[in-house]
Write a new protein. Sequence first.
Length: 302
Amino acid sequence: MTAALQDLARAKINLYLHVTGRRADGYHTLDSLAVFAAAADTLMLAPSPGDADGQVRFSISGQFGAGLVADADDNLVVRAARALQAAAPGRRFAPVSIDLRKMLPVASGIGGGSADAACALRLLARAWDLDVDLAPIAASLGADVPVCLSQAPARMGGIGEILTPAPVLPPCAMLLVNCGAAVPTPAVFRARAASGAPFRAEAALPDGWTDLVSMVADLEQTMNDLEPAAIALCPAIANVLEAIAAEPGCAFARMSGSGATCFGLFADATQAGQAAQRLNDAHGWWTSAGAIGHSSASHGAA
Ligand code: C5P
């Protein structure tokens, strides 16, 4: 390879998340509808001539990079590179460097680390010209990594790795808000199990949505089953949800994944953008607004 490559690792938002059971290995089975926000990390890959074949230099920059630097060798991006090399024995891997520009809050329920790993798999498969099936490699790296490979709206089953195309989404804007608390996913699943909350059935969804109103009416029949446990661990999530719901034009507010990031759906992109600015100004919360899958305006935490 000679050229530098760059790709976006978009935030994954769970429009709903039903916990349907628990496997013998402790992982929970889910029914969830994942979509991808405009907000994203960026991965930049460049040739690293002079290094040995197979070497992957890794650096982290960006607004939320500092907290990750100490454990960089353990980062999912590095593990993704190693897993890809292991899946293509006998191949030559030209030395590369990858910089992760970390713009998404970490441990925040939007699959940032998983999106970074999926993005690394896509970039490295291109750079090394590998024709391998990335899905099983993605699944070996984490439950959320497979859905992040295509970054297309999908219904997640199993522990997250069984994917079916999602109903067609009406055009709408999404506001993301994170109050700054890191909420570890295992702790939230554990807290939910300890609370004795029941398992839930899969959601009944239509084949397609024509408008935001019908989409919201259907989403209101669903929930994020991790919300009560996450709020018990991080009460500020309840304040964030209340603040999003009170914004003019917000049709729907909910927590994503295991939190603490919450989202709001808006028919009007301007209103979503104004809400992002207002909530950042008023509370110092990290906010981002944009059409699902399109360009965004983010406001850093104060
Ligand atoms: O697969 P990943 O590393 O992203 O999962 C992190 C943790 O979240 C797991 O170790 C497990 O405790 C919990 N989890 C779960 N069921 C899932 C996904 C994650 O219990 N479907």
